[in-house]
Design a protein around this ligand. Structure first.
Ligand SMILES: [Zn+2]
Length: 138
């Protein structure tokens, strides 16, 4: 797995903070990945850096502006982007107990207004399991 080179800056410097705050319930501690910079006020564990790096890969592939536009407006796109990032994150955790804990936490986040209430906790849990299964089949 390639970890993209990332720069770190404080959350307050995220250039789209106002835009995102209008759209989502941004809590203190929310991490943003934008144009190869991770905006965070905390030191992140490796699995979170992998999650955010997945968004860099997506932004490179889709195009940064287009990615942001779709991420803000298109629920299906946002879910797809997050599932991919959470899968990469979970797959990077070797310890099964730790992986399960992070999975539960991910499902809480995914089903919250942080992402605009995309699905229920149970649906998130099923989707993350599904994505994991799909990937291991390749
Ligand atoms: Zn994400």
């Amino acid at each position: 797995m390639t970890i993209y080179m990332a720069q770190f800056k404080p959350t307050s410097e995220f250039p789209l903070l106002k835009k995102y705050k209008k759209r989502f319930n941004i809590l203190p501690g929310t991490i943003f990945a934008y144009d190869h910079v991770i905006y965070t006020d905390e030191k992140l564990p490796e699995h979170l850096i992998i999650h955010e790096s997945t968004h860099f890969k997506q932004q490179d592939k889709v195009g940064l502006r287009k990615w942001v536009k779709k991420y803000l407006k298109d629920d299906d796109f946002r879910l797809e982007m997050e599932l991919e990032a959470y899968w990469a994150q979970l797959a990077s955790i070797k310890n099964r107990n730790e992986q399960f804990k992070v999975k539960q936490h991910s499902c809480q986040d995914l089903s919250s207004d942080l992402y605009g209430n995309l699905l229920t906790y149970e649906e998130a849990f099923e989707k993350l399991s599904h994505v994991q299964m799909q990937k291991t089949m390749w």
